[in-house]
Write a protein that binds this ligand. Structure first.
Ligand code: ADP
Ligand code: ADP
Length: 230
């Protein structure tokens, strides 16, 4: 059974723009599904339908068989991690506090939170002893993006939505981050939906690639070569 299932999903914004028009799409457990297509074809809208940052005009989205229209959006967003370009770290909170955002909401005790924060910073290649107490403005773009990934993974969400997650990182750093993220995703078995306009990124990371076209229609779904898996 798919982890996420879009059924005739449609989004018409209040100004009449139809961003997604009758989308049928399934995302399977442990896979990295990459959404590609020209700017404005509804990729971000589709992604944000899955955590209810965008509400559907018609159709539905099921997560683990449950229609998310009936689920509590706050609870939903704790189960579904979300990473965007330029991350949106809280500027007045340390790296440790940023990573601990969801654990704090979930009421984890401080020891468990500290251990998990350190573990995640290690995972994304940031030495905890150096980075935990730093502030976002003391980090490079690539380091901030790593913190964003760590924060999204903190409570071990089964599903991760990523919108141009490495877009703000310079090309050399991006390659390294893609490689490391791919390793992390395999290790944790997280189900990922990733939006990019970078075809190279799509074929490097994707198990399958969904090609969107204008009007938010899904044109084709291809098994990817997955360069990193070889
Ligand atoms: P993509 O991620 O593929 O670039 P988006 O999902 O961001 O596409 O946008 C799809 C279409 O919906 C575009 O025409 C965009 O301008 C429009 N759109 C996105 N967000 C809004 C909004 N909040 N209000 C009105 N139109 C929007
Ligand atoms: P605030 O009061 O602004 O929310 P807190 O100091 O209470 O900030 O921290 C919020 C969360 O971040 C808590 O769960 C705390 O355990 C965690 N936290 C704070 N500092 C660190 C740190 N250096 N390493 C790991 N977790 C931290």
């Amino acid at each position: 059974a798919p982890v996420i299932r879009f059924e005739r999903a449609r989004k018409e914004y209040p100004d009449g723009t139809v961003a997604v028009d009758g989308l049928d799409l399934e995302v399977f457990e442990h896979e990295m599904l990459v959404l590609v297509g020209p700017s404005g074809c509804g990729k971000s809208t589709t992604l944000r339908m899955a955590n209810r940052l965008v509400e559907l005009t018609s159709g539905r989205v099921l997560v683990k068989g449950e229609d998310i229209a009936t689920s509590d959006p706050v609870a939903l967003r704790r189960r579904i991690g979300y990473v965007i370009q330029n991350v949106g770290l809280f500027p007045h909170r340390t790296v440790g506090q940023n990573v601990a955002t969801v654990p704090a909401l979930l009421g984890w005790d401080s020891r468990r939170t500290r251990d998990r924060t350190a573990e995640l910073l290690e995972l994304v290649g940031l030495e905890p002893a150096i980075y935990t107490r730093r502030y976002p403005h003391q980090l490079s773009g690539g380091e901030r993006q790593r913190v964003g990934v760590a924060r999204a993974l903190a409570a071990d969400p089964p599903v991760l939505l990523m919108d141009e997650p490495f877009g703000a990182v310079d090309p050399a750093g991006r390659r390294r981050l893609q490689q490391e993220f791919w390793r992390i995703q395999r290790e944790l078995g997280t189900t990922v939906m990733l939006v990019t306009h970078d075809i190279d990124e799509a074929v490097r990371l994707g198990d399958r690639i969904a090609v969107f076209s204008k009007g938010g229609r899904l044109e084709q779904l291809a098994d990817a070569v997955n360069l990193l898996a070889r």
